[in-house]
Every structure is written in C-alpha cells, then in structure tokens.
Design a protein around this ligand. Structure first.
Ligand code: ZN
Ligand code: ZN
Length: 230
C-alpha cells in the first residue's frame, strides 16, 4: 500500500521547515505520496489580516511562485525518492467563534482560490479544477480547543455532499464522529515541525498516480490508517 500524507505546511505559510527540506524529510522516511498544503487565509477579518501581515498565508500574488516551486520539487522527489508530490492548499476560514471556523484541503489545486469567498463558491471552484476537497480536523481537538474548526461538521447536512473526504485523524487526534457518519476518510499529520512526521497517516491501495489516488479517496475503497512511528 502507498504511505501517504495529504496535509503538510512549509515556510510558505506557518510551517517551520522550508519546502526543499520538507521533501527530503518525507522522501528519506519512505513516503510514497505527499501533498503540500500551505494555508490560504481569509483576509476579511482582524484574525485573517494578522495572518497576512505575518505572511502566514499564500496569496494571489505569490501563488504562481508557490506552484512552480512545488512542481520543481515534485520532479526532484520523483527522481530521488520515487515519491509523488501533489500541490494543494488549505483554505483557512478563521473566525473568533470555533463554530464559524473551517479549514479545507484542496488537493491537486490548479489555480488560486481565495478563502474569503463563500463555501459554495469554493466547492464549485475546486470541482472545476478537478481537485479533491477535504474537511480538516472537523471536530474537537485535544490540544488547541480555542482553535477548533467546527463549521463544516455543524453544517454537514448542507455541505457533506460537496466534501470528498474528512480527516478522521489529524496528527494525534482521532475523530470518532466521522466513522459513525460513514463519510470517506483520510488521516494526515498537519505537518508544521519535523516531529509531526510521527503521526496518523493514510495508506492507499492503488497505483502511485494522481487520478487513481483521487478515485481511491473519493470512493473510500482501499483506504486504511496507520500511526507512523519512528
Ligand atoms: Zn488547519
Ligand atoms: Zn493545516
């Protein structure tokens, strides 16, 4: 099975490790498939404006550079490690209330998607780009209770049909509610620091190519979880 991590941050947003070193960390650890998913933060409230001021967000103006850096590193990763690197972003809608906050991975993104447009517009845009939409850390987390992101779970009756998969595990947390709902699931590290390499991961039983990987996740067929330890 393919050892995968679809939720990884670099210094393009609030990760502490530069893209090139991140690729080497995962390549040397034997990963088959990873997605780089730096934050795209909503700039329409004080919280978001702060993230932009500290450059914790990919923006419309550096998105092309972000994508070309990932594509260049993807080529190197393929040659050096046989590892597939997929470009992605984490749409980050931060609000003071955890009930109104939501984070979504857009996996295999092609064009910039701003975080301040409506959920409907984001889902539509992701679909147009043939990208996967993943609901991140959708329930209560153990460590960061002030930063829980509950909006998508609270509004699942309205939005679940647009979401390709939900994170059933994020780093050290497992979200039992996702299994009860029988939603498609994956598990990711939400990598920000080297020690986050050791965390929940996804195993996929498919070819190491972008389309079979997306199908596998969407149809929730041949998907397993593993707690990756040193
Ligand atoms: Zn997040
Ligand atoms: Zn994240």
């Amino acid at each position: 099975m393919l050892l995968c991590d679809f939720h990884i941050h670099t210094t393009y947003s609030d990760g502490s490790v530069e893209l090139r070193r991140t690729i080497d960390l995962f390549g040397q650890a034997g990963f088959d498939v990873i997605a780089i998913t730096d934050h795209v933060v909503n700039g329409d409230n004080p919280l978001g404006k702060l993230a932009h001021r500290f450059k914790y967000s990919v923006t419309a103006s550096n998105f092309d550079q972000y994508m070309s850096d990932i594509r260049q590193e993807a080529e190197r990763a393929h040659d050096k490690y046989g590892m597939l690197v997929i470009p992605g972003i984490e749409i980050t809608k931060n609000h003071l209330s955890t009930d109104n906050s939501a984070h979504m991975l857009i996996i295999d993104v092609q064009d910039f998607i701003p975080a301040c447009i409506s959920y409907e517009e984001i889902f539509l845009e992701a679909k147009k780009q043939n990208a996967l939409t993943i609901a991140c850390h959708p329930h209560y987390m153990s460590a960061k209770s002030d930063r829980d992101t509950l909006f998508l779970w609270n509004n699942r009756d309205k939005y679940a049909r647009y979401i390709d998969a939900w994170e059933i595990a994020n780093r050290d947390d497992v979200f039992n509610v996702i299994s009860l709902k029988k939603y498609p699931y994956i598990a990711n590290s939400d990598f920000h620091k080297p020690r986050h390499l050791y965390s929940w991961k996804t195993l996929l039983n498919c070819d190491k190519e972008i389309d079979p990987i997306k199908q596998c996740i969407k149809h929730n067929k041949g998907v397993a979880l593993t707690l990756f330890r040193n």
